[in-house]
Design a protein around this ligand. Structure first.
Ligand code: ADP
Ligand code: MG
Length: 485
């Protein structure tokens, strides 16, 4: 028994209770309920108080907003040597029980979520997977690869924002299944070129090795095929088909995380394992990094990090201009260099919108039989910007708010009364009211079939919180900026 330490270890509940009493007096009640009440003290050793928190987001939020307060309170209750550490609630199935210690003051938010969690495949599972090549009669699969030949690497302009993903894509296409980039996991926001690179890899593989079996499939189609296979009692055929592929490219895998489809995830998991073990290449694209993919099984998430995770970010001005030039040359369009620069400078959102702007400007010029001038471009872009604004929908709001607070959209549409879920639900309703022209009834309906009174109440609660809680107000302002793009 450790002298002295033992007594302290037993006191963590009491110490944390004292801390909470002080904190409760200082922070507004909703803040207290949301951020402090869910914390569970785990142990106290040599002045180090260990707290269990519901999620990583919690740690980051506490560190960012309440570290000073926690420091003062802990020093008051424990003494000048007080230290603080966190551990996340252990996700079931995870064998990663280690926790991370953060001493006060924590400078950077702790990133437990980035810690690799590995789930080795058991020998038993390995043997469950049968070799599909024993199926009599099947020699070599001849399938339509579903590739768009226009989406080639030649047409994909290199820039700072895509260099890693692009060069990894080329390596993978040259040596599928052989490099360490397996899976190649490409993530990034909408319109940044994920689908283009995904096709480009397939196109290049086919160019170099026409005999390899390549398949491009969107996660939504995969899900649909799987559902059809279940209905037709053809799940084995479905899985065997996918096992024969040499380069499997699945676009938008975040779709697997939506809509609670454990069977699809299970099928994908087995296909993934089989292909990976047999040195076939997997290419996956996603709208967020693996660590932020909620709703996907841990064992899948950990596999996504086995190879290379590469991000596509917003292109800078030079890259935007190069992309524009490439498209203009390819399509034989005449446009002054000045105007090209004007468009590249003003359309900063993403490549899809850059292309859209170019097409719109040309269309206007053709319709009006006018020259493409800077004035015309300015008019068109002004109109386009207002069109983009109108694209804020209840659904896009829900997704952005959920992503911001790290809660899944399904959860806020569900019945959960968990404090953090309730608040995120209310914030979604508040923004839907503020930023769209939708009725209270329509807003309520889209968030799990709630009525207009609930939406009204939500808007009021959020407004009250904005008035009383500075941190919350800042989060709301930041979210508003994100939502308005
Ligand atoms: P995402 O799948 O990420 O939403 P896409 O791959 O559909 O984006 O890209 C949107 C459009 O932008 C496509 O027409 C694509 O060809 C084009 N694009 C994106 N990045 C580039 C690039 N670096 N060079 C040329 N075109 C690009
Ligand atoms: Mg896409």
């Amino acid at each position: 028994m450790v002298k002295g330490g033992l007594l302290m270890t037993e006191n963590h509940d009491e110490v944390w209770k004292k801390c909470l009493e002080i904190i409760r007096d200082i922070v507004p009640e909703p803040t207290y309920n949301l951020w402090f009440a869910p914390i569970v003290p785990v142990k106290l050793e040599n002045g180090d108080l260990r707290l269990q928190v519901p999620s990583m987001y919690f740690v980051e939020f506490l560190e960012e907003h309440f570290i000073e307060l926690l420091r003062k309170v802990l020093r008051r209750v424990i003494g000048p040597h007080a230290k603080l550490s966190y551990e996340p609630v252990v996700v079931s199935g995870s064998n990663d029980k280690k926790s991370k210690t953060v001493t006060i003051p924590g400078k950077n938010p702790v990133n437990l979520a980035n810690k690799p969690v590995e789930f080795p495949i058991s020998e038993e599972k390995r043997h469950q997977i049968k070799n599909p090549f024993i199926i009599p009669g099947i020699q070599k699969l001849n399938i339509d690869s579903k590739l768009n030949l226009n989406y080639s690497f030649e047409n994909f302009i290199e820039g700072e924002n895509n260099r890693l993903a692009r060069s990894a894509g080329i390596s993978v296409a040259e040596k599928p299944g052989v490099t360490a980039f397996n899976p190649l996991f490409i993530h990034g926001g909408s319109g940044l070129g994920k689908t283009h690179i995904a096709h480009a890899i397939g196109v290049k593989v086919k160019e170099l090795n026409p005999n390899l079996v390549v398949l491009y499939v969107n996660a939504h189609q995969f899900q649909q095929q799987f559902t059809d296979a279940i209905q037709a009692n053809e799940v084995n055929d479905f899985i065997n088909f996918y096992r024969m592929i040499d380069v499997l490219i699945i676009d938008d895998v975040h779709i697997f995380a939506q809509g609670n489809k454990p069977k699809t995830q299970e099928a994908f998991f087995h296909i993934f394992n089989y292909l990976h073990q047999n040195s076939r290449q997997l290419v996956l694209t996603c709208d967020k990094p693996p660590a932020e993919l909620q709703g996907l099984e841990q064992r899948l998430l950990s596999r996504f990090k086995w190879g290379l995770v590469a991000e596509l970010t917003l292109p800078d001005y030079e890259t935007r201009l190069a992309i524009l030039k490439h498209k203009i040359d390819r399509d034989g369009i005449e446009m002054s260099a000045e105007l090209q620069r004007y468009i590249a400078k003003n359309v900063t959102s993403n490549v899809r919108e850059l292309e859209g702007a170019l097409v719109s400007i040309l269309a206007h010029a053709t319709l009006n039989k006018s020259e493409v001038t800077i004035e015309l471009a300015r008019d068109v872009l002004n109109k386009l910007v207002s069109v983009y604004r109108k694209k804020i929908t209840i659904e896009s709001i829900q997704n952005t708010v959920c992503n911001y607070f790290k809660v899944s959209p399904d959860e806020i549409r569900g019945r959960s009364r968990k404090r953090e879920v309730v608040l995120v639900r209310q914030v979604s309703m508040y923004f839907a009211k503020e930023l769209t022209k939708e009725s209270l009834a329509a807003i309520g309906k889209s968030i799990g079939g709630r009525d207009h009174a609930t939406v009204l109440h939500a808007c009021k609660s959020v407004k009250d919180l904005i008035d009383t809680d500075r941190q919350f107000r800042q989060s709301i302002l930041e979210l508003e900026r994100i939502l308005k793009g």
